[in-house]
Write a new protein. Structure first.
Length: 318
């Protein structure tokens, strides 16, 4: 190696040393002074002298940024009268750190370098139910309901959403996405009479399939039993005699046990699902309106609305 190359290396080493010294000067002297000025400015005239810094959703940032942020914050974590609260998925960050730095010895966790106290905020089923209902009430009171009865209200749909979430493993972030999808469906079809509760049920079922490992227990929502198959089974209103009476009794029992609230809706509602007026101008039998007016398309129409909305979201995201 030549004389000039040796000198060049020496200058690089000297430059690195000066940089390290400058960084250390900032860390030990200038930064604490600046933080103290900031603290006094924030707490002036207040009954306390402590500054609490909340850092939320760090686990949603780019992995490299999340780690870099924590490493940078190490310089201020120990400063007097500053308290930092991290709201994070700790397991996710630990996995990021293990991938970035390798697994630490003796089972020490990466976040232990920063965190003095860990608190697990696990919501009870009752709390999840209440939070979901409150959010659903804000989002689902739009569009045209299937009818005026309480069963078709936003409140009923919110109750169902809360019941589903309280028995599921969905994160609240996933819950918000499901409810946003239902709200968008209601807003995209403002004139179509829609069963909010059925949309909620179908949307959460789809979320369970999408996330695979998410557990969603079946909840009681009997209207969802009104299907095309039921319409085919009970749709013959022209059979008389013993067979006709038996079929009529079974049909009446099905409606009574599953969907009595679907009787007596405005004809415009049945028409929106494909029901045509009688040629003689007479009214259809109430059971015929339910079985033949809604049955063939009741489930599939709501599925189509959600599918179209999902396609819209996917298109916008591209």
């Amino acid at each position: 190696m030549s004389f000039w190359q040796d000198d060049l290396l020496n200058f690089e080493e000297i430059g690195t040393s000066f940089t390290n010294l400058a960084t250390e000067q900032v860390r030990k002297t200038e930064l604490p002074q600046q933080l103290e000025v900031l603290r006094k400015a924030l707490t002036e005239g207040k009954p306390h002298d402590r500054v609490v810094v909340l850092i939320d959703e760090l686990d949603r940032c780019h992995p490299e940024y999340a780690i870099a942020m924590l490493e940078a914050l190490k310089m201020v974590f120990g400063h007097s009268n500053f308290v930092f609260c991290l709201f994070v998925n700790a397991e996710y960050l630990e996995n990021l750190a293990a991938h970035r730095f390798g697994k630490s010895a003796a089972g020490e966790r990466y976040l232990d370098k920063f965190v003095d106290l860990r608190l697990a905020l696990s919501a009870t089923p009752e709390a999840r139910k209440a939070a979901t209902k409150a959010l659903a009430l804000e989002q689902l009171d739009v569009g045209t309901p299937l009818g005026d009865r309480p069963e078709f209200s936003a409140d009923a749909a919110a109750d169902l959403a809360g019941e589903i979430v309280s028995q599921s493993d969905l994160t609240f972030r996933q819950v918000k996405r499901v409810l946003e999808r239902v709200e968008l469906a209601l807003r995209c079809y403002p004139s179509l009479p829609l069963d909010r509760s059925l949309l909620v049920l179908l949307a959460f079922q789809k979320a369970g399939h999408e996330h695979g490992n998410v557990r969603i227990r079946r909840v009681s929502f009997n209207r969802a039993n009104l299907s095309r198959e039921v319409a085919e089974r009970f749709g013959d209103f022209d059979t008389f005699g013993t067979d006709g009476r038996t079929r009529q009794h079974e049909r009446e029992q099905f409606i009574k046990q599953n969907c009595p609230e679907l009787r007596g809706l405005p004809f415009s509602t049945y028409a929106a699902y494909g029901r045509q007026p009688r040629e003689d101008g007479e009214k259809w039998h109430p059971d015929a309106e339910v079985i033949l007016g809604l049955g063939p398309t009741y489930i599939s129409r709501h599925e189509e609305v959600l599918k179209a909305t999902h396609a819209l979201i996917a298109t916008e995201a591209k």
